[in-house]
Ligand binder design. Structure first.
Ligand SMILES: [Zn+2]
Length: 487
């Protein structure tokens, strides 16, 4: 018996020659938006260097240093710090050379800057040729014809990109991750105002205010030294019999049956840099106040009916979408307010993001009872310093300035100036979260953890000024000025 086993063992351990052909492949192609993370650096703590001095030397805050080096933090009585000679990490937000990421997007708006990403294999330093094509039906061009977009200020329909080489990745800390990727930056708009108007009109005529595009990647014509039969292709939906294109050199985007949607209507955030407030009107908060500006029972059990976005007095507030002026009035505790009625509800719904509740345990919720996505939708801006001169029914465009932020309505004054922003389907104030949706599903705001040191410092500085009263803003909106408005 043992004799047989010996033979079997010998047979198994005999190496058999394996032929492996490394075929060049295109694995995926899609549209993406870039995300950058500041460079993480290290330093050695000097002798006698306290936390405050250290933070100052590195241009960061004590809080941030503690967060990033929890395991190395020492406590001596009431004092905290690091041992001399210890190597600690810190974040330099302004420095280039951080990490870069390309997040796949399924839609964008005319004028957006996006990246065309092509993932490859065994194709380093090779040149790819990429076209953006009209999908589904004629809108910007005849179906399957090329779309010209903008790159470096010029009109372009053939985008060339070299695998592993791109201005946006060569300096990145994680450039190794992209050695098999071709990445090119483009702007989704045509050249010239006349052409732009044509695009907007054409998309405006579609049933869902969107047109659908796909990518065509030509991996062969720039690499003729490869025998084209050696290429492996995926996702080619083109019917070989009918195709005018060379099936061996093309790759289609909608490998999962998904198209890239280009829309005309823009979403404009209500303030320029939406960051949630981290202090209470009274001044309490900081890292403990992470959830107080959010929607729901986020204030130790008491309800907040909107999203509070930090803003010093006098900053612009914007119409997020096209709409009509529905109200412009003084509202007691909300102070001066303006409300717009959303014009195009179907598009509005498309702006809803994949937002994950950040503080559900502290009471943050998705929506209150009675919010009706199919009903009229209103956007409500409160605590304003001033509101532009509007009449009931005036049309406003996405991105149009509606007024200025302030501290109105807060009788006792506030340490935390902000825009109070609500989205609701029934114009009723002071009903908690009823009829309301969490605005965080629409506004691209930065949570406490996403805010930079400088942004948190700005809020802290404002808090340290103490309670400031500007109860009526620069001018209290009077009833007598409000012809036609709901009173
Ligand atoms: Zn609020």
């Amino acid at each position: 018996m043992s004799f047989i086993y010996d033979i079997l063992d010998d047979w198994i351990s005999t190496p058999s020659p394996q032929v492996k052909i490394e075929l060049p492949e295109i694995l995926d192609a899609y549209f993406a938006k870039v995300r950058k993370e500041g460079g993480k650096k290290h330093t050695t703590v000097k002798k006698g260097e306290g936390l405050g001095v250290l933070a100052q030397r590195l241009g960061t805050t004590q809080e941030k240093l503690k967060e990033m080096n929890v395991d190395k933090l020492k406590t001596w009585g009431a004092v905290q710090g690091f041992n001399a000679g210890e190597t600690i990490a810190y974040q330099d937000e302004n420095e280039s050379g951080g990490k870069v990421y390309f997040d796949k997007v399924q839609s964008a708006t005319i004028g957006d800057e996006v990246y065309l990403v092509v993932k490859t294999q065994n194709f380093q330093n090779r040149k790819l040729k990429i076209n953006i094509c009209q999908g589904k039906e004629k809108v910007l061009a005849e179906k399957d014809k090329l779309i010209s977009v903008t790159q470096n200020g010029s009109s372009i329909s053939l985008i060339e990109s070299t695998v592993g080489k791109s201005d946006d990745i060569v300096d990145a800390e994680n450039k190794e991750d992209y050695k098999d990727w071709a990445v090119s930056k483009i702007t989704l708009k045509p050249q010239g105002d006349e052409q732009l108007k044509k695009w907007e009109d054409a998309i405006g005529k579609t049933s869902d205010n969107k047109t659908y595009l796909y990518l065509l990647v030509d991996a062969h014509s720039g690499n003729t030294d490869y025998d084209k039969d050696l290429f492996v292709y995926y996702g080619n939906k083109n019917d070989e019999a009918e195709s005018e294109h060379s099936n061996f050199t093309n790759y289609w985007l909608d490998v999962e049956g998904k198209w890239f949607g280009l829309s005309k209507v823009k979403w404009h955030d209500p303030v320029d840099n939406p960051i949630c407030t981290i202090y209470m009107q009274s001044g309490g908060g900081g890292s403990l106040g992470k959830h107080w500006g959010l929607f729901g029972k986020t204030r130790n059990g008491s309800t907040h009916s909107g999203l509070d976005l930090f803003a010093k007095t006098g900053e612009n507030i914007y119409a997020c979408v096209d709409g009509t002026i529905y109200n412009r009035r003084w509202h007691g505790g909300y102070g001066n307010t303006v409300t717009i009625k959303v014009k195009d509800k179907a598009s509005f719904i498309t702006f809803r993001k994949d937002y994950k509740l950040i503080h559900p345990n502290e009471g943050e919720i998705e929506k209150g009872t009675g919010y009706n996505e199919n009903g009229d939708i209103f956007l409500f801006y409160a605590h304003l310093d001033s509101v532009e001169e509007f009449k009931f029914g005036d049309e406003v465009k996405a991105g149009q300035i509606l007024g200025k932020t302030g501290r109105s309505g807060v009788k006792a004054g506030t340490c935390a100036p902000h825009l109070h922003f609500e989205i609701f389907s029934n114009y009723k104030t002071a009903v908690g979260t009823k009829y309301r949706i969490n605005p965080a599903f629409y506004v691209k705001y930065k949570s406490f953890d996403e805010q930079s040191t400088a942004e948190k410092e700005l809020q802290k500085k404002e808090k340290e000024r103490g309670k400031i009263k500007q109860v009526y803003g620069s001018k209290k909106l009077e009833y007598k000025d409000m012809t036609d408005f709901k009173k």
